[in-house]
Design a binder for this molecule. Sequence first.
Ligand code: SF4
Length: 98
Amino acid sequence: MYAGRIVESAPAEALFAYPGHPYTQGLLTATLSIDEARPITRVMEGAVPDLARLPRGCRFHPRCPAVLERCRIEDPPAFRLGAHHLAACWLHQGEDAP
Ligand code: SF4
C-alpha cells in the first residue's frame, strides 16, 4: 500500500520473487537483512505525500525512479501479473496475464 492505495498484491512468494511495482521494489531493497552479505542497497528518496493533497496521476510518481510522462497525468489501473498478482503501474500495461 502506498498513500492509501493498494499498489501491489500477490502471494508472499511471488511478491518477493517478482516484485512488479517500483514502490515494492524500493521497499525490498530498503529492508534490513540479517545476512550481512546483503546490505541495504538503496534508500527511497522523498516522502509519502499529504493524503489531502495527493499528486495527480500515479501518487508514487514524484518518487518513482521509472516515472513515465503518462504517470504524471493518469493513475494506473491494476494490471494482472499472475494468477493472484496485481500491480498498479503503467510499466505493466499490455502484460496482463490471464
Ligand atoms: S505508474 Fe509510473 S510513476 Fe507509478 S509506479 Fe509505475 S512507473 Fe512509477
